[in-house]
Ligand binder design. Structure first.
Ligand code: ZN
Length: 245
């Protein structure tokens, strides 16, 4: 079984379509797993949900998903993100709202835990520090976990000698073997990358080979930006897509 692993799609249909085409070319769409933030920021929430739900699709919820369906207060977000969340909320229909509301906070698929932020704080914690990674390893009941939320492709590997986890940023084409070392992996964001590379980021899990491969995929950024401009979404959210920040 080969699954595409996506996170932080953020209503960016052009990015999602490019990633799905890339995954399709590698027969990696037996399933789609997601670490949340399907919506928010971008201009096409319903279109993205419809695309994803054509597949065997499983996702946890993210902070933006919860904000768009009224699960958390948008005052916890910066003004641009809050405005985009309200705009997304007005665009989805009741059935889509119920679908998002029903997303779980965590999932275990095979021997991999999925969560948006972290297992100790599924909605908000950013897996950006050694302290957060150590906390995650303590909470993990599986050898591997997949997270989102930071929009940066990053891996933490537990040290056998009990020392602080090793970590590095994942490059396009990097292949990670799921072996004896416990790992926390973030494939980076599909719809709003933040590592300075504007290309969409995602990963492919191969259950037989026991590997996860990390990929970057160029997409038509201007197409998404034109729809955002038309929609009157905040300029800061439009320009950041070009910079990948
Ligand atoms: Zn996000």
């Amino acid at each position: 079984m080969r699954a595409a692993i996506l996170t932080d799609i953020h209503s960016n249909l052009a990015a999602l379509e490019a990633v799905l085409a890339h995954a399709e070319a590698q027969n990696a769409l037996d399933q789609i797993w997601s670490m949340g933030d399907l919506v928010g920021y971008g201009p096409q929430p319903s279109e993205c949900l419809a695309q994803l739900r054509q597949y065997e699709f499983q996702s946890v919820t993210g902070n933006h998903d919860l904000a768009v369906v009224g699960g958390i207060d948008t005052r916890l977000f910066n003004p641009a993100a809050a405005a985009a969340n309200h705009w997304n909320a007005d665009r989805i229909n009741d059935e889509e709202r119920q679908y998002i509301k029903a997303l779980p906070r965590t999932l275990v698929l095979d021997d991999i835990s999925l969560v948006h932020g972290s297992l100790r704080d599924p909605v908000w914690e950013y897996m950006f520090t050694l302290e957060a990674a150590i906390g995650q390893f303590q909470q993990m009941t599986t050898p591997f976990s997949l997270v989102g939320h930071t929009h940066v492709p990053l891996i933490f590997a537990e040290q056998e000698d009990g020392g602080p986890p090793e970590y590095w940023q994942l490059e396009d084409g990097e292949l990670i073997e799921l072996g004896d070392r416990r790992l926390i992996m973030n494939p980076g964001g599909v719809g709003q990358p933040r590592d300075g590379d504007p290309r969409a980021a995602y990963a492919v899990y191969d259950s037989e080979a026991r590997t996860i491969a990390f990929h970057r995929v160029g997409y038509d950024i201007e197409r998404t930006q034109a729809i955002m401009t038309e929609a009157g979404l905040p300029a800061s959210l439009i320009s950041r897509l070009t910079r990948g920040r």
